[in-house]
Write a new protein. Structure first.
Length: 99
């Protein structure tokens, strides 16, 4: 699956709902993370949308309408890796509870 990540200033958090309320976009996998939860300096939210080509294309169109830009590939990959690491850590923790 393809994905896109947007870096959004905390004060612009309301713009996230304008993107994800779209029917096509809402059917994609959507994650939001605060910069502090990923150990990144600054007051940002990261919106990751993963899914079909059509869903990503629509998310990009809506983001452009609301003045948001996608992250460049290298930085987006870094953020995606941090999100994956965080989710793996959480899954491992849940596994220990049920052992």
């Amino acid at each position: 699956m393809v994905y896109v990540i947007f870096e959004i200033k905390s004060e612009d958090a309301g713009k996230i709902n304008k993107i994800i309320k779209d029917d096509l976009v809402s059917r994609q996998s959507i994650l939001t993370r605060d910069s502090s939860s990923l150990n990144i300096k600054g007051e940002f939210l990261y919106l990751k949308i993963e899914g079909s080509d059509a869903g990503i294309k629509k998310a990009l169109e809506l983001a452009k309408e609301h003045g948001l830009k996608k992250m460049v590939d290298k930085k987006a990959k870094s953020i995606n890796d941090k999100i994956a690491e965080q989710e793996d850590s959480a899954a491992t923790g849940m596994g220990m509870i049920f052992d």
